[in-house]
Design a protein around this ligand. Sequence first.
Ligand SMILES: Nc1ncnc2c1ncn2[C@@H]1O[C@H](COP(=O)(O)OP(=O)(O)OP(=O)(O)O)[C@@H](O)[C@H]1O
Ligand SMILES: [Mg+2]
Length: 465
Amino acid sequence: MLLKQSFPNKHNNRNDQSNDTLSAPSEQAVHKKRELEVIAKETLRQVIDMMDDTFFLDKMDTIQKDHFLRQINHTVDVVLTEFDKHLSQSDKHKIVKDLSDEILGFGPINPLIHDPTVTEIMVNGYDQIFVERDGKITKTDVCFRDNAHVIHTIDKIITPLGRRIDESSPMVDARLPDGSRVNAIIPPLAVKGPILTIRKFAADPFTSEDLISFGTMTREVAQFLRASVRARVNILVSGGTGSGKTTTLNVLSSFIPDMERIVTIEDAAELQLRQEHVVTLESRPANIEGKGQITIRDLVINSLRMRPDRIVIGEVRGGEALDMLQAMNTGHDGSISTLHANNPRDALARLETMVLMAGMDLPLRAIREQVSSAVDLIIQQSRLNDGSRKIVKVAEVVGMEGDIITMQDIFVYNQTGVDDKGLITGKHTPTGIIPKCIEKMKEYGERINIEIFEEKFNEPSPRRF
Ligand SMILES: Nc1ncnc2c1ncn2[C@@H]1O[C@H](COP(=O)(O)OP(=O)(O)OP(=O)(O)O)[C@@H](O)[C@H]1O
Ligand SMILES: [Mg+2]
């Protein structure tokens, strides 16, 4: 389970790890590795032989696990005697650890899954495993034996979740019990071999205070967003992949008042809302006969019959955009979602394209009118070069001029440079424009200090994530 305290900035010294792994191992090291593999393989064979029907690996308690580890230890000794070999304590310990990871956990990536400093694990091939730490991606020296070993591990992860993967359905999106998101894709779709991506989530999700302390936003931006959510302003979080959209969506959702009925709709339920009155819906892929698919769009349509006060859609990426906009325009205001786009203007263009995907053949002008009257705010999120995540813009949609949707920036992040540690410096700045939605905030009794929009709030934002 991931501890959020361990996230930013505490483990910077790990970034040179990839360089170590790139240098070729000596002949002696390769020989030793092979020797350990042979011993480990024989031990594994003997341990498996020893296991009978009374072994339920997933149901073992701590005492049984300890006992099992001792048995592995003993079997290593037996194998070493058989092979007439001697190993150092550390090599022996490594074999026992690898085998227990293999049998009780998820094989070679087990330590990465349990390492709280790792936020993402990317298996690009059996011998190419990358991780993200502190927002930075580095290659590890961990590897699987071969492609079959990766597929075996993928099976081990997804089978208890009631999912399966094989040539006829070579893609899986799932969620581990701790909330981590798992994606696996295998040949023939993944041309070079099975690929596994695990996005870990903090057991205790990031709060607005966390995002302020990381420098993702300032307290003023947070105040504005809180008042916007509470005043039922329609908000889209836009950004690239892994830029922190879902995390920001979760923080925004946390501002929704407790008494409101919230319906969340996602492909794999990632949001962790604290409110009591929450209905969580998850889409479903087609079954082996290609039937039974329930799309995000189906769920959005269904959710309208569930008397929602708020609809929170994890990500819009298709025809559901039309239903979402209609919902936003017809009494379900205060809805929030995310989408992939590089800037707020792009986000509007993507929305238009997605509405066209609904297949209603609407004229462009009508779509734009619907977008401009439905969407109030676009929060642009970015993963900067130093690995930090920032809200780089908060833009308000104000209306239409001719055929063009007009927008105004309320807050922007200006990068001023890079410090001697390679970390980006800059600050969040109000543009001086008083947002139009402030009227709506007044209607809902949300008090907001108008001074936060004035440029005197140009304080430098803290440097961390
Ligand atoms: N503000 C932040 N500061 C530091 N780390 C963050 C921040 N927001 C998110 N993260 C981390 O970045 C990773 C990606 O976050 P998240 O899933 O929210 O991104 P996303 O944009 O929704 O990604 P995707 O495009 O894959 O859906 C996670 O490991 C998360 O913990
Ligand atoms: Mg996301």
